[in-house]
Write a protein that binds this ligand. Structure first.
Ligand code: NDP
Length: 429
């Protein structure tokens, strides 16, 4: 996409939006059909993806606009049922683009596989033997998945830890092998599991112990992506609130989350409001991303804020978000679900690294959206106005009635299903 600025997009009909997208992105007829027919994932394909299939389950797919990341324009596909998330992300992305946009960076894409060994007569000796046989084990792991090696990835290193050394219980004493694998553009779960399973017999031979678990770790702390933004206060001015007031409110809100797990959980849920929809839209494993992100938020011993907000020496608001981001642009459902393929294409990302960086930038935008609202008007004003349409639908409104009932709910400041039901009854009469 040449631009992610599409003024008035929210006011268009779905058909008009698709026309704009066709012009800007060159949508194919097949893409449009996939986007607007009732089910983009045909039930035959779905039946091959999981077990006991009886149908498919749809979510709204919206576009996060205005994102400028490392000088490149991105339109963000977001699959989510919650109102106000897409609007808030786009609102903040517009502010940040006026401040120069987001900048991002990431580590190499190294994922971790674990092998659990129990019952060794001498755990210290077993650990030494594993380390001495490191190159043999790495070679064996790579032989189990040679195609990733030819792509420039594969098992690169390993580490060993003894857990619960000296414990009285034979169940708790164990040796854990950590296999570090560069998975290139794949999330890598299946290739990692293949590798750790394949070297398990060799590990038993070397340690004289018994192997139980052989599986990846979703705590992908060697596969990190980081986003950063610097915003001058005047860009934050909102209604009667000065930019400095908004900036300070955001920093106070962040400090609350940094110090109190009760607040941190909700603060971080707001970050995942931005991250999950793009992870889902691109066919990635959002449970893996969720689990890794929350574990990373507790890495210093207390569950805390995933983001960091502070004031720099020039009075600017600075935001940072770093998270494990085990996503792929190949593998899993990314090329199986037609809309996942479409979403990756729309994003125009060239690698899993680039996708991971875009995702954390969206998470950072989403967090600022929530903190800015909380520190000024409160979350309900914007959220409930957008939520009113879902309330109207839940009360039985259909077609043009939805917007009429939603407007009435906002006017009467009663965005409740009970009230909406009354209005629907009146409308029908
Ligand atoms: P796949 O098993 O689909 O493997 C990815 C494939 O992509 C590889 O086999 C590789 O095949 C091919 N490929 C093509 N181009 C590249 C490239 N540039 N870089 C890397 N690989 C490339 O998927 P993953 O191993 O990524 O596993 C992800 C799936 O596993 C997800 O669906 C996830 O939900 C699931 N899963 C998750 C678990 C978890 O705990 N989170 C546990 C188990 C499964 P080739 O090299 O031969 O072309």
């Amino acid at each position: 996409m040449d631009t992610s600025r599409i003024p008035g997009f929210y006011n268009m009909t779905v058909q008009e939006r698709l026309e704009v997208l066709s012009r800007l992105h060159g949508l194919q007829d097949e893409d449009i059909e996939n986007l607007i027919i009732d089910s983009s994932l045909d039930v035959g394909t779905a039946d091959k993806m999981i077990e006991n299939v009886i149908g498919t389950f749809e979510l709204p797919l919206g576009l996060g606009l205005n994102f400028l990341i490392n000088g490149k324009e991105y339109v963000i596909p977001m699959a989510i049922e919650e109102a106000s998330v897409v609007a808030s992300a786009s609102h903040i992305a517009k502010i940040v683009r006026n401040a120069g946009g987001f900048t991002t960076e990431s580590t190499e894409r190294v994922m971790i596989g674990q092998i659990q060994v129990v019952g060794c007569s001498d755990f210290i000796l077993a650990k030494e033997e594993i380390l001495q046989n490191k190159s043999v084990l790495l070679e064996a792991a790579n032989n189990a998945y040679p195609s990733i090696v030819s792509r420039g990835g594969g098992a690169e290193d390993l580490d060993v830890r003894i857990l619960n050394e000296g414990s009285d219980s034979v169940y708790s004493q164990m040796l854990i092998i950590y296999l570090y694998i560069n998975t290139c553009d794949a999330m890598g779960a299946n290739m990692i599991n293949t590798m750790v399973e394949s070297i398990a017999p060799l590990v038993e031979e070397i340690t004289k112990g018994k192997v139980y678990l052989r599986i990846l770790s979703n705590y992908a702390d060697r596969c990190l992506a980081k986003a950063h933004c610097v915003i001058s206060p005047e860009l934050l001015q909102t209604g009667d609130f000065s930019g400095e007031e908004v900036r300070d409110g955001v920093i106070h809100a962040y400090q609350f989350a940094a110090s109190d797990p009760y607040r941190a959980v909700t603060h971080n849920k707001g970050i995942m409001n931005g991250i999950d929809p793009i992870v889902i839209a691109t066919g990635n494993d959002w449970r893996a991303v969720e689990a890794g992100a929350h574990a990373y938020a507790a890495r210093n011993g207390q569950y805390s804020s995933m983001t960091n907000w502070f004031k720099d020496e020039n009075g600017n608001l600075v935001g940072e978000l770093e998270l494990p981001m085990s996503v792929g642009t190949v593998g899993g459902a990314t090329r199986v679900h037609p809309l996942a393929k479409f979403s990756l294409d729309l994003l125009g990302v060239k690698s899993a690294k680039e996708l991971a960086e875009v995702i954390v930038a969206v998470g950072l935008a989403q967090n600022l959206g929530a903190l800015k609202a909380l520190a000024t008007d409160g979350i309900q004003k914007g959220h409930m106005a957008l939520h009113s349409r879902s309330v109207a639908i839940a009360a039985g409104a259909t077609g043009e009635m939805i917007d009429i009932i939603a407007q009435e709910l906002i006017k009467e400041k009663q965005i409740r299903v009970g009230k909406a039901k009354e209005l629907v009854e009146q409308y029908k009469k």
